[in-house]
Design a binder for this molecule. Structure first.
Ligand code: SF4
Length: 443
């Protein structure tokens, strides 16, 4: 059962010393109960109490990292069923399924999908290597996947093949997805010895529960749950049931408190469009790793866009830091343009300025993280706010005193000219799509 603020408060010394960063012990206790701070931030709680409370205040779903370096990603750590309740913690990862027979072809195609959207690199993060009975081919595919700069999942219930495969790629923190009702002890030992996450599967949810409990009893709590591949209906029901059970605040049982793997390549029957639709469904509910038979731009554009919208914190506007952003090699003699700090506005506008091929200093002032018209209507984007930012941050850095204003706030032109003597204010296009032509005509 989740503890309340008062439950934690009882164990604090009530001296209000502020060392934890909270003004009072009560404030600290309330923050711990909300998951905003960990109980160990108070140095005065007795070690024996700390051990009990740490377990009780841990997130209901365990959080892990897979992969290494630039290709390290977090899995799990979720605390809510719905994004609007708080936020989701770890974005789902998309992967492709390969076998010894198609590894080169599938990897080559998947690698073509690689682009940046709103500052985030969009690419296929995972390669699931499926064991189909031929160990030599499987190990060859594992070597290729391991050098593909992706997180590798070893989809293999054969313990001998799994052991050799883990030895090939364990330095890159793969997932060994192979424990079932019969081999779990051996698989758990292989995964534990190599320090990698173990994927667990079973014929039914009840059987899965039993296998997890047996693996946990042996001391291994580094698990990922395979939601199965009997049918779309069963897999979806399993994914939802696992997450609901794990996050139910009235349920002290954390057996299902692990991230999940959904392998759609085994469910879609070769129907690519169906697979993409299913990937969207499991992005929402509740695949931590979603494996598909292939990845192309037609699948990636809607899926990655959906993921980016779901796995952002709804309490924080997506914004970029105010500053001067040189585009196309702009220097102090280049023309200036301005827009708001709402991330989508910034990235759409900067992309269009880049396409125009003209050097531009893009000036971003603090507009509250809103879009152009919203910021203007809310009084966050005004002639005074732009002029203040330009005077403080840009006057000495920009010799070219020409400033392009978003067309939607053309109404600010006169006031800006008065506030920024010496600057030439030009009204730009209403929509970002007009920037390329506008800049070329300006030359
Ligand atoms: S550090 Fe501990 S004793 Fe000090 S204010 Fe925080 S909770 Fe209270």
């Amino acid at each position: 059962m989740a503890l309340k603020g008062l439950d934690y408060f009882k164990f604090t010394p009530k001296t209000n010393c502020k060392e934890c960063g909270c003004p009072t012990c009560m404030a600290f206790a309330m923050k711990v109960a909300q998951g905003g701070i960990t109980i160990d931030k108070c140095p005065y709680i007795k070690p024996e109490d700390l051990a009990k409370l740490s377990e009780a205040s841990a997130p209901p779903m365990k959080k892990f990292t897979v992969g290494t370096g630039k290709f390290e990603f977090s899995l799990g750590g979720e605390t809510v069923l719905f994004r609007h309740e708080k936020t989701f913690v770890s974005k789902c990862l998309y992967g492709v399924n390969v076998t010894g027979d198609n590894v080169d072809k599938v990897l080559t195609e998947a690698k073509k999908v690689d682009y940046v959207r709103i500052g985030e690199r969009m690419f296929c993060e995972v390669v699931n290597v499926e064991f189909t009975g031929d160990k030599a081919k499987f190990l060859d595919a594992v070597k290729k996947a391991n050098s593909a700069e992706r997180v590798v999942i070893l989809d293999c219930t054969d313990t001998a093949a799994a052991k050799e495969a883990v030895d090939i790629c364990k330095a890159n923190k793969p997932v060994l997805n192979g424990a079932n009702e019969t081999n779990f002890a051996d698989m758990s030992k292989i995964a534990t010895d190599a320090g990698v996450l173990l994927g667990v599967r079973a014929e039914s949810l009840e059987a899965l529960y039993d296998v997890i409990q047996k693996i946990e009893a042996s001391g291994n709590k580094n698990l990922v749950l395979d939601t199965g591949s009997k049918s779309v209906k069963d897999t979806f029901a399993n994914a939802v049931e696992i997450r609901r059970t794990a996050l139910n605040p009235k349920n002290g049982d954390r057996t299902f408190g692990y991230p999940s793997i959904v392998n759609l390549s085994k469910l879609s029957g070769g129907d690519h469009e169906c697979e993409v639709a299913l990937a969207a469904v499991f992005t929402l509910k509740y695949g931590s790793i979603i494996i598909m038979s292939g990845m192309d731009y037609a699948a990636a554009l809607p899926l990655y866009g959906l993921r980016q919208n779901i796995f952002t914190d709804p309490q924080k506007p997506m914004r970029v830091e105010p500053g001067i952003y040189p585009i196309n090699g702009a220097d102090e003699n280049s023309i200036c343009a301005t827009t708001v700090d709402f991330a989508l506005s910034y990235f759409v506008a900067s992309g269009e300025f880049e396409r125009a091929g003209v050097p531009v200093n893009l000036i971003i002032s603090d507009a509250g993280g809103y879009s152009v018209l919203t910021a203007w209507a809310a009084g966050k984007l005004t002639a005074a706010s732009i002029a203040k930012f330009v005077k403080e941050k840009c006057e000495d850095k920009c010799k070219n005193k020409t400033l392009v204003l978003p067309g939607k706030v053309a109404v600010l032109k006169g006031e800006l000219e008065e506030s920024l003597p010496g600057w030439k204010i030009i009204v730009g296009p209403n929509e970002a799509v007009g920037i390329v032509k506008f800049m070329k005509d300006l030359k």
